[in-house]
Design a binder for this molecule. Structure first.
Ligand code: F6P
Length: 304
């Protein structure tokens, strides 16, 4: 997110605009915590995880009276447009503000990769790499101690993080919310792997499917294996962003500024087939995120 903030500030100033940062998300909109940002304000943040503007969840922003309060703060301060970086909830707030007449542009930022209108969200690649490193580390114990590991990854209701890390980490089974799993098939797969001499077994479970700990206990009742569970948790959300995430954030942030300059009111930027694109909030919010079925198939074929 810092890379996107840097791109917005630098592109804005380069284009002759004044740029202000809003602290703590919609909480900052409602409280009017705005601060002018200069070129140097965003120096030395490109390689840092998190967001220099900090973040806050404000479920109350779904209420019209709270939105109007925010709108008043924005207008009174003399701001003319807002760029919102975030996921579904952030887009809902931006959509509401734009419907009230305040121009908003969305930039997709979440490790869940669950936003429509973009092939990738900012943070997804970094989280993938963090999870892969964890899987590689866990695999060492799995191999040397001949253990089965159930690794729970984040992703909210989406299975993207699980699917991609499962494929990249060579998991034997990947459990995602978009597909029902069959315990008999998983057990069969594990037993076959063991029969042909596999020393380690990795199962990735998306948090949207349920608890990795509970699943591990269920599995242990069905197999004659030493099963352990590991819940990766918030380590997946932080850390220095990958080069790919930095480039994506820079491209999307800069395009968001261009859209405001072009007078667009309610668009969200995204990357599709490596082209920067934009869509109306209403289109994005009304479509359901779909997972790549071919990748699910491929992961099955490769983990026999
Ligand atoms: O949406 C990003 C995400 O990291 C999800 O993957 C996860 O379910 C959630 O946020 C965790 O939220 P919190 O930090 O509020 O517990």
């Amino acid at each position: 997110m810092n890379a996107a903030i840097r791109a917005v500030v630098r592109k804005g100033i380069y284009s002759g605009l004044e740029v202000y940062g809003v602290y703590n998300g919609y909480q900052g909109v409602v409280n009017g915590t705005f601060e002018k940002l200069e070129l140097g304000s965003v120096g030395d943040i490109l390689h840092r995880g998190g967001t220099m503007l900090r973040s806050a969840r404000l479920p109350e922003f779904a209420q019209k009276d709270v939105q109007l309060k925010g709108l008043e703060k924005l207008n009174n301060f003399g701001l003319e447009g807002l760029i919102v970086i975030g996921g579904d909830g952030s887009y809902r707030g931006a959509n509401a503000l734009s419907q009230l007449g305040f121009p908003c542009i969305g930039v997709p930022g979440t490790i869940d990769n669950d936003i429509e209108g973009t092939d990738f969200t900012i943070g997804f690649d970094t989280a993938l790499n963090t999870v892969i490193q964890a899987i590689d580390n866990i695999r060492d114990t799995a191999s040397s101690h001949e253990r089965t590991f159930v690794i729970e990854v984040m992703g909210r209701n989406a299975g993207d993080l699980a699917l991609w890390t499962g494929l990249a980490g060579g998991a034997e089974s990947i459990l995602i919310p978009e597909e029902n799993y069959n315990m008999d098939e998983i057990v069969d797969r594990l037993n076959k792997g063991k029969e042909r001499g596999k020393r380690h077994i990795i199962i990735i479970i998306a948090e949207g499917v349920g608890s990795g700990l509970t699943f591990a206990k269920e599995l242990e009742k069905r197999v004659n294996l030493d099963v352990r569970a590991s819940v990766l948790g918030h380590i997946q959300r932080g850390g220095s962003p990958t080069a790919s995430d930095r480039v994506l954030a820079s491209r999307l942030g800069a395009r968001a500024v261009e859209l405001l300059i072009e007078g667009k009111q309610d668009r969200a930027v995204g990357i599709m087939n490596n082209e920067i694109d934009d869509h109306a909030f209403s289109d994005i919010l009304s479509s359901t995120h779909r997972i790549d079925k071919k990748m699910i198939e491929l992961s099955r074929e490769l983990s026999i």
